[in-house]
Design a protein around this ligand. Structure first.
Ligand SMILES: Cc1cc2nc3c(=O)[nH]c(=O)nc-3n(C[C@H](O)[C@H](O)[C@H](O)COP(=O)(O)OP(=O)(O)OC[C@H]3O[C@@H](n4cnc5c(N)ncnc54)[C@H](O)[C@@H]3O)c2cc1C
Length: 181
């Protein structure tokens, strides 16, 4: 069983994966590298003066893999809550178990709705840390704000959810600060 399953490989899912993998949690990200980021030309991501969305995605995918996260090229078609966490099912029938599930699925809200989450005009209902009404289930990124989406906002939401999960696991607030030697 993975610690965390993440459905969605855009900025939200990869950012969550980065923080979790960096802090030694086992993380599997599902996605087929088809995020709309591949259509974007970034001039508005703080710290990156200019970069194509494709270069951003390639760099991010390599960064999270280097930290130990696994990225599987698979569409997830089913998800259910179990006693110990969640089971998700791939289009080819593979099943994956995880203690926590993060839905970072862009404009695709099907899994969230299938798990009983409420959807309002703005998107799937979750708090500022991505926490939903279902314990252990988080929603981040574009699916929680179907209007005014930006890569940097999704990445920030992914980071916030990861810190929330790390804090739940540690039983105290985790900040993930690093220092200059
Ligand atoms: C033409 C265009 C230009 C843009 N330009 C900019 C820009 O200049 N600057 C900027 O900041 N933003 C820009 N954006 C917006 C940016 O693309 C989004 O803000 C960003 O992609 C949101 O990230 P996300 O991770 O929340 O969702 P997404 O990037 O949509 O990631 C979700 C991923 O999950 C995958 N997925 C969904 N369901 C499943 C499933 N069941 N199983 C497996 N995988 C699944 C999807 O295929 C997708 O890859 C632009 C968007 C478009 C369309």
């Amino acid at each position: 069983m993975a610690d965390v399953l993440i459905v969605g490989d855009g900025p939200a899912g990869l950012s969550a994966a980065l923080f979790l993998a960096k802090n030694d949690m086992s993380v599997t990200v599902f996605g087929q590298n088809t995020t709309p980021m591949h259509k974007a030309m970034l001039y508005n991501y703080l710290g990156i003066p200019e970069m194509t969305g494709t270069d951003f995605q390639n760099t991010s995918r390599e960064q999270v893999k280097k930290l130990g996260a696994e990225i599987l090229d698979e569409e997830i078609t089913g998800a259910e809550k179990t006693e110990s966490g969640f089971v998700i099912t791939g289009a080819a029938g593979s099943r994956y178990e995880g203690k926590y599930l993060i839905l970072a699925s862009g404009t695709n809200t099907k899994l969230a709705e299938g798990l009983g989450l409420e959807k309002k005009n703005k998107g799937i209902v979750a708090d500022e840390d991505g926490k939903t009404a279902v314990y252990g289930l988080y929603a981040v990124g574009w699916n929680t704000r179907l209007i005014r989406t930006q890569a940097i906002i999704s990445a920030g939401q992914g980071a916030s959810t990861a810190l929330e999960i790390l804090s739940v696991e540690a039983g105290e607030d985790v900040h993930d600060f690093d220092f200059v030697d």
